[in-house]
Design a protein around this ligand. Sequence first.
Ligand code: BGC
Length: 768
Amino acid sequence: MQRNIKEIISKMTLEEKAGLCSGRDFWHTKGIERLGIPAVMMTDGPHGLRKLATNDLDLETSIPATCFPAGAALACSWDRSLLNSVGTALGKECLKERVSILLGPAANIKRSPLCGRNFEYLSEDPYLSSEMAAAHIEGVQSQGVGTSLKHYAANNQETRRLLTDAVIDERTLREIYLASFEGAVKKSQPWTVMCSYNKINGTYGSENKYTLTDILKEEWGHEGIVVSDWGAVNERADGLRAGLELEMPGSGGEGDKKIIKAVQSGELPESVLDKAVERLLKIIFKAADNLKTDFQCDMNEHHRLARKAAGECAVLLKNEENILPLSKTGRIAVIGAFAKTPRYQGGGSSHVNPVMLDNAYDEIVRTAGTDTEISYAAGYKTDIDKSVFGNKPFVSLSDEPDDALIQEAAEAAAKADTAVIFAGLPDSYESEFFDRKHMRMPEGHNKLIEAVARVQKNVVVVLSNGSPVEMPWIGQVKAVLEMYLGGQASGGAAADILFGDVNPSGKLAETFPKKLKDNPSYLNFPGDKSKVEYREGIFVGYRYYDAAEVEPLFPFGHGLSYTDFEYKGITLDKKVINEDDELQVSVMVKNTGSTAGREVVQLYVSDTKSDVLRPRKELKGFEKVELMPGEEKTVEFRLGKRAFAYYSPDKGDWVTEDGEFRILVGSSSRDIRLEAAVQMRSAVPERKVFTRNSAVSDIMAIPEGREYFMPILKKAFGDSVSEEANKESGSAGELMLAETPVRQFLMYAAGGFTEDMLEELLAILNKA
Ligand code: BGC
């Protein structure tokens, strides 16, 4: 419906305009009847709808909805079209419940494996994270339902999330933490972006003009609105000025009063408020126009999609002697209480009341058929605690080893041909609101696996967890299948993979370190009382493990299949590129096994020589291809400037350097199969500015500099001084000389080099 928004704003009172900038209650904006402005509803998110049954806060349950795999799992699919389908289904469920905006996806970078909310987040890599978020957003928004890309930005921990100051250098912020949002904003224009609770370099996410206006709105061109994370507003008028349009939930009119006062006192120009209202109205009317009455969707179909998704996200980490897939005959001991009481989602605001719920045990029995004898032993206890944390259900499970249950499980395992153990992390180990203290699984789970492995040589471990765990037993088991928190159909998907009805194709979207101490943020997580310094800089995840040559337990991008893929014939369409050129890369991938399968072809770019510190390689492309046995396909990538650039804080821009870049294509970050080189010719050759602190080597590198400076060098150090004082290698004396600032020759050449001469030399050099 066409409306004249400017005219509507002109009819609004100051109070109405200020009022529109905060919520009516926990989940709605305010409507203004006399002007035909409706209230719209937004709710969680991200991987399922959590719409509370009433507006009360003290509620354990929400309206039943499909619980899809959590973000940590979804990202392991590396499949844009899958994320799009899940998003589309989520959008439909929102329409069914008359919800206009779904609060997600969550694109914070996994800086540490300890972050309690990693299960909701996508990846340690900004490119993968932003591509997955973009596809999710496109899916939801294809239904006329908005999204809220959250939590912008640098909310990488739960500890003191409302207070802490994330101190991040500009290059790291741009290349890692903002880039994860940037791609998604530019590609798919989420209707809303949710600001984070924390401070970013000294200023709250809710009143940070640099991130909200300068970058998000002006640089990236975000057209929608910024909504506060629930309760993230500090000073409301400062927030509005910085670019925060909507405060959620409302603050009982307190925030509105502050806006009114600021406008009346002249401290806040009314035009700033009008601009915010204009953005708000565009979204509110779009939301209202897209709402449907009596919209229905097929929840059985969504359950099937949830099962397919969980199957595509699962990562086969280890498969010695091809123990998987299991045959549908013989005796299988299914062990672990998670097999019957699944751990399939995380705690906190994303907690969904699932409309259906598979359990792995029943699905295994059904899938294995009548020729398989299946036994079960719990192995550990699942004490479900029905307490409620705030308005969010919270479940805790006992993690103490129970020797009797372990003994019983070992006996069952000993009588079987194979033991399949379901283990991982209970809810009490990871959730919104707190971070993990360590990377271990409960002692009871580890002991169970070890006890079973002592009596049974064929052990398969199926993990349910939201982020990496240490695996002290890894050498004692033949297979590990990482299901993450795979949603309501996770149990069925596990059965599909265990028996080979689905060929696994997930790849890790994060590194699994051997131990917590290997992680680059280890010494600076979660920081002190007031701040957390991101001292590892850009070296997050595999960028660090690669550079420091730390062997991970499982590397970024790793994931096995029941078939094999051969990579051959990499071709680049150009040997030399300018930074504005697009480079096309193509490779052939062939399924050389006897099972149909899907492979994630990963492309990394490596700058072979740089003036700045760069990661050894960075993910810049990926495609998932499906191949029948014997089939081969060409996979193509297009790389633009950003695939080669780093962010230069000095220039305030993305910069490419001249020289060779290597294009690496492979099956994981540590399994590179093909390589090729391309020469970059930067559009604007770097112009050096010479100062009194320029090094002798830089001056001697320029003919005009050499001509002027050589006599001064000789005056200072005698005729034997080398002409080669511009070399990076040489004697200790030459090296020392090469690295000396030119101003020091006022002292070395004592009178033979004066301030006037220095000025003259700099003028010559800066002109040259
Ligand atoms: C969370 C958000 C969530 C919001 C509404 C906050 O505590 O950080 O992710 O969308 O609550 O439930």
